[in-house]
Ligand binder design. Sequence first.
Ligand SMILES: [Zn+2]
Length: 400
Amino acid sequence: MNMVKRMNLKSANVARSSTIRDINRQIILNHIREKSPISRSDIARLTALQRSTVSLIVEELKVNGLIEEIEGESSGGRPPQMLSLRTAHAAAVGVDLGKKKTIVATSDLAGRILEQEAFPTDEDFEKTIARIISLVNYFINKNGGSIEGIGVSVPALVEPKSGRILNVPHFDWHEPAIAERLKIATGLPVKIDNDANAAALAELWFGRPEINAVRDFILVLIHKGIGTGIVFDGQIYRGKGGTAGEFGHMTIGTGAPIACAAGKYNCWEAFASERSAIARYARLLKKQKGADKISFAELVNLALEGDEKARAALKQTAYYIGVGIANLFQGLSPEVAIVTGTIVRAWSLVIEDVMAGAEAALCQDYPTVKIIPSTLGNYPTLMGAFSLILTDKFASASII
Ligand SMILES: [Zn+2]
């Protein structure tokens, strides 16, 4: 499966093995996914595959329910037959386990959210997993067999092959068997990954064209902590045992406004997470009672409404987001860093501070730091959960 993923699925030149047919099928499916609606002749032209091969595979994809035919716009004569992904049915269930809120939702093949339910994540793991299982089963039953798998995004270190959860900061959960429990309860394939990795995968597959054409980028997920998803050559870089990307704990300075999940005041997440912004806001209000009880979404709302102290708290936090990202550029030199999380809603307020922090931290004026907000809207980690299932659909011959 990984072999196939490492190939360039946009070029027919790679398809020379005995699995040539499977690979051609994926090449065509990927063109339909990215360029839909698209005609058979355009697919043939773009892939350099023979027209007859394209037609044969297109028929197969139609029979398998992956694509559908729609009428294109007529330029005088008969309207051309165009192809697009079949989007009428839910294809995957995504579980976005957050520290405060858990979302369970369905999506179609193109990663569009169809239906969703949310509930407050309970500190008691048994209560949370019971709620997840009941919602997942509800969606599976409702969709009558069209769901092919369950993707789960968790704010934790995950060993991707086994799905074993190694560490869940901020929760007193010891290796919670989320994937295993879901598999037993549903009988469906379950894939689980760290939230930042999942969101990076979503940017790669469902992000705007300027992102999914980029081969090397770092996704920076700003939430209660900071997670990073590293993409090299179009693949998530996981490191040994799946623990790469813990840049939230690189040292940025001393005397951060809060402690990181491990209790240190030097780490990037202690300077630049949502929690640090809330702590700065409380400090600006001279620790007024309850000031630190505000949620980060509420803080962003206040800033957008023009509250000066909320704006100042976000801007100071944004400066340190930039400082950390400059360090990533100095070490890894990606093409771009993508920032995701609720902070993106206030991007126009903070972009100058993010860049100021990055410029101040860059030591040799090299490499050029390019930072953009997520291209995925409000649910990057939920999209990530879908991606864990849907990318297999497009990248693996064995599933089709
Ligand atoms: Zn730390």
